[in-house]
Design a protein around this ligand. Structure first.
Ligand SMILES: *[C@@H]1O[C@H](CO)[C@@H](O)[C@H](O)[C@H]1NC(C)=O
Ligand SMILES: *[C@@H]1O[C@H](CO)[C@@H](O)[C@H](O)[C@H]1NC(C)=O
Ligand SMILES: *[C@@H]1O[C@H](CO)[C@@H](O)[C@H](O)[C@H]1NC(C)=O
Ligand SMILES: *[C@@H]1O[C@H](CO)[C@@H](O)[C@H](O)[C@H]1NC(C)=O
Ligand SMILES: *[C@@H]1O[C@H](CO)[C@@H](O)[C@H](O)[C@H]1NC(C)=O
Ligand SMILES: *[C@@H]1O[C@H](CO)[C@@H](O)[C@H](O)[C@H]1NC(C)=O
Ligand SMILES: *[C@@H]1O[C@H](CO)[C@@H](O)[C@H](O)[C@H]1NC(C)=O
Ligand SMILES: *[C@@H]1O[C@H](CO)[C@@H](O)[C@H](O)[C@H]1NC(C)=O
Ligand SMILES: *[C@@H]1O[C@H](CO)[C@@H](O)[C@H](O)[C@H]1NC(C)=O
Ligand SMILES: *[C@@H]1O[C@H](CO)[C@@H](O)[C@H](O)[C@H]1NC(C)=O
Ligand SMILES: *[C@@H]1O[C@H](CO)[C@@H](O)[C@H](O)[C@H]1NC(C)=O
Length: 719
């Protein structure tokens, strides 16, 4: 083959080498740019004076890793590249991910930069893998302690965030220096299916021998100087501006276009060999930028054709003076060696030229990210419980790095779904997100949450809170066990199988004794108390009523029907504005009037329930004697000092009068008009326990002591 073999195996690596370039600032074009200096101290940022761009710390984009600065002897190499001074390294875990919010549907150029700089003092050049979401981007191999390398991908995110993950492949520790995202126009770098990974991007015949990037390049592409320092190559340059037409979506910077390379011998072609080091077929995309930068005489001409692997490709081309023509492939056949030849044709008096060249290969990001709803639910769980484990990046993909405790289903290119989740043994407190609960309920998710004493599913919870150990008896614990499906199913069975659902407008199949009533009240109160205090964030039940207290065969109580439950934000206000809901008669009048929902609204409703339990009266009775509501009725009876008339006459006086008074008093304090006057559920539980304790000490009540809630550390309610 004749001609100057200018670039034998020239593009051997994907990762370019960044030198430095001093440029004028310009911030206005940088809309949508995201510039992250990895390892920079948290919440700090600085203006990079060479780019006119603000770089921020990565602390809000990543949860793991260690920040280090490069060794002092390499600081000089980063004088103009401040973003190299710090790195974030990931000694722990196999996969660590950044999550960066983006504008979904916008095409982005995404760049990760690595400058080792002996940050770890080990002088050991690391190698690891880089992933873009669930798909492998490329392998990073650092070959020089003081040279930066970068990887770029062009992609249109389908979600409103992207994950960039570093994956340990051998003994070395992954690290990263900078992450940059630059929005592009959607009409450039168009590919058939996937995304483009940069192979190389060169500025031919550079006179400064420095990189060109923002603000010269509005997209902040980094153009690496390439000079053929050979006798046979002519480096051309002009001080004029090289423009582009309105239809050129690539917007190549003038600083790049104003230089070019051409053979000195008019007859010689420019031959570029692009060697694909990976032994796999790749679809390669070429973008050639051509502009005449020599003012031609009347008797001069520059006309050339371009061929690929010996096949005619483009031509004849005669580039316009100071105006860019972009020749690009819509898709190109792959080959291990690809040879581009640019050669003059016809009566051209001048040799061909080339101003700039980009080479990309197409990657098919085959693996879809996990179903968005599942991801959101997992993120919810993660933030609620602060689970660290290996929970980073995409939960299900790639399959090799599925989050611990998950199993997923995969179906071709469809987004994976989570099919099982094991949260057991994590000492979790809080409540399971409703999406997961719903999926568990519908049977499409298997959910394991045992050994999490403080965890709530949307139906109930139990557990340990602070140092106050409130251990719910085993049978109750079974009720509160958080396997969503089981609980829901169980509740339904209890509800239906139980015409022994004791409280329904006074019509009971048989009469519960006093001790059992108190115990039921305690168990229901404990359920509420855990919603309020044991769950993070706390839950307000909002619909506490007797028909929502379900009983097992042994009259053990549990709360149900959490359909109206609201979690409320922990660290903001202690009340939430909602549209008033709930059941008339049980509804806190304060809430009804203001729509301010607090835990005290549940306390009010519980007070009503307590009155029902001890009176066996309906909440609202329409008769001639009373004005209807149980509270008003009880108050009116108390005014007459007639406790016997308050407590269910079917007990025929077989109850402890002292505890009777205490419970009535407690119930009335719960229904105090002012929420501030109502006790907390914690105090309610304590007081009821006190009543129960005196009861079992003083009477031969038939309540099974085995099923008593154990309690310790509870301070008695000061009356
Ligand atoms: C960084 O900012 C976040 C949110 O403003 C804050 O929670 C965190 O404590 C800050 N970190 C440091 C180290 O200042
Ligand atoms: C590493 O890079 C520096 C700066 O680019 C260069 O001077 C040095 O020769 C390189 N070292 C090796 C071993 O390639
Ligand atoms: C730029 O081009 C002029 C001729 O137009 C030439 O004399 C000069 O050497 C060139 N500069 C470089 C750095 O190649
Ligand atoms: C220019 O290239 C042609 C073709 O390769 C060759 O025949 C000719 O001798 C070359 N001229 C010079 C001056 O080298
Ligand atoms: C490339 O792959 C082909 C077939 O898969 C194999 O025959 C060939 O030896 C490989 N070449 C290299 C350099 O690995
Ligand atoms: C082109 O014209 C110039 C005079 O304008 C002359 O010096 C030069 O030799 C001519 N070149 C060719 C290739 O004819
Ligand atoms: C080149 O040839 C074409 C005809 O093929 C002619 O029109 C044109 O003027 C020629 N250019 C020069 C510079 O001689
Ligand atoms: C240049 O390309 C044109 C159009 O493809 C073709 O007609 C012509 O023969 C080519 N010239 C050479 C020398 O290959
Ligand atoms: C691959 O390269 C070889 C040698 O350059 C060439 O013969 C072959 O046609 C090329 N294949 C494709 C698909 O371009
Ligand atoms: C897999 O996906 C295809 C098409 O997306 C769908 O028709 C099929 O039902 C799915 N299979 C399973 C097991 O979900
Ligand atoms: C995931 O599947 C494996 C194998 O089928 C099983 O052993 C494991 O318990 C499952 N994990 C969960 C969280 O269900």
């Amino acid at each position: 083959m004749t001609g100057i073999r200018m670039l034998r195996h020239f593009f051997l690596t994907f990762l370019g080498i960044l030198a430095l370039e001093v440029l004028v600032h310009g911030q206005d074009q940088a809309a949508g740019f995201i510039s992250i200096d990895c390892g920079l101290p948290p919440n700090t940022s600085y203006l990079n004076p060479f780019l006119g761009l603000v770089y921020t710390s990565d602390s809000s984009y990543v949860e793991t890793g260690v920040s280090s600065s490069i060794a002092t002897e390499f600081l000089a190499d980063s004088v103009d590249q401040q973003e190299y001074r710090y790195v974030r390294s990931f000694p722990e875990g196999v996969r660590n991910c950044y999550k960066i919010e983006v504008a979904k549907g916008t095409k982005y150029l995404i760049r990760a930069t690595f400058f080792y700089g002996n940050y770890d003092g080990q002088y050991k050049l690391p190698a690891f893998d880089l992933y873009f979401g669930p798909n492998k981007w490329l392998s990073v191999q650092i070959r020089n302690v003081s040279k930066s390398v970068f990887a770029e991908i062009i992609n249109i995110p389908t979600l409103n965030y992207v994950h960039v993950c570093l994956v340990k492949t051998e003994s070395s520790t992954p690290f990263v220096s900078a992450l940059e995202l630059r929005p592009l126009r959607n009409d450039n770098y168009v590919t058939e299916s996937g995304s483009l990974v940069l192979f190389n991007r060169v500025d031919m015949g550079s006179v400064t021998n420095g990189n060109v990037r923002f603000p010269d390049d509005v997209y902040d592409r980094i153009w690496i100087p390439f000079n053929f320092n050979r006798w046979s190559v002519l480096n051309l340059n002009t001080s004029q501006t090289v423009d582009y037409g309105i239809h050129n979506a690539f917007l190549p910077p003038s600083a790049v276009m104003s230089t070019a390379a051409a053979p000195t011998n008019d007859s010689e072609p420019i031959v570029i060999d692009i060697y694909n080091p990976q032994n796999e077929s790749l679809a390669i995309y070429y973008y050639m930028y051509l502009a005449e930068i020599v003012k031609l005489e009347a008797n001069q001409s520059r006309v050339f054709n371009i061929s690929l692997n010996g096949q005619p490709w483009v031509g004849p081309i005669s580039p316009n003076y100071l105006h860019t023509t972009t020749a690009y492939s819509k898709s190109a056949a792959s080959n291990q060696t690809n040879e581009i030849s640019i050669f003059k044709v016809g009566n051209s008096t001048l040799p061909p030229l080339l101003n700039a060249l980009e080479v990309y290969y197409e990657v098919d990001l085959k693996q879809s990210p996990t179903d968005q709803g599942d991801v959101d639910a997992m993120m919810d769980i993660k933030s609620t419980y602060g689970i660290s484990r290996n929970w980073q990046g995409d939960p299900c993909a790639p399959e090799d790095y599925v989050w611990e405790g998950l199993n997923c289903s995969y179906n071709g290119t469809a987004p994976p779904r989570i099919i099982s989740l094991d949260l057991s043994g994590n000492h979790l407190t809080g409540n399971v997100p409703s999406e997961l609960y719903a999926r568990a309920h519908s049977g499409s998710l298997s959910l394991r949450v045992d050994d999490n004493p403080g965890l709530c599913i949307s139906v109930s919870c139990e557990g340990k809170r602070n140092n106050t150990v409130v251990k719910v008896v085993a049978s109750i614990a079974a009720v509160f066990v958080l396997v969503a499906v089981l609980v829901v199913v169980a509740l339904c069975i209890f509800k239906r199988g139980k015409d022994q659902v004791i409280f329904s407008n006074g019509a009971y199949p048989h009469t519960l004794d006093w001790g059992t009533r108190i115990r039921i009240a305690i168990e229901a109160a404990q359920g509420l108390e855990y919603l309020h205090n044991g769950c993070k964030p706390p839950i307000i039940h909002r619909d506490v009523k007797t028909t929502n207290i379900l009983l097992t065969e042994k009259f053990q109580a549990k709360l149900s029907d959490f359909g109206l439950s609201r979690t409320f934000p922990v660290e903001t206000d202690s009340h939430v504005s909602t549209v008033a809901a709930g059941t008339p008669g049980y509804l806190d009048p304060e809430y009804w009037g203001t729509n301010w929902l607090t835990e005290k609204s549940d306390v009010y409703s519980f007070g009503v329930v307590l009155l029902e339990i001890i009176t066996s009266r309906a909440v609202i009775v329409k008769d001639n004697e009373t004005n209807g509501h149980i509270i008003d009725w009880v108050r009116s009876v108390i005014e007459m000092g007639d406790i016997k008339s308050i407590i269910d006459p079917k007990l025929h006086g077989s109850y402890d009068v002292n505890s009777g008074w205490r419970v009535i008093e407690l119930a009335l304090s719960c229904v105090s008009t002012s929420p501030a006057d109502r006790p907390s559920m914690y105090q309610v539980v304590a007081e009821l326990n006190e009543c129960f304790a005196t009861l079992t000490r003083e009477s031969n009540d038939s309540v099974e002591l085995m099923s008593l809630p154990e309690h310790s550390g509870l301070t008695p309610l000061v009356r």
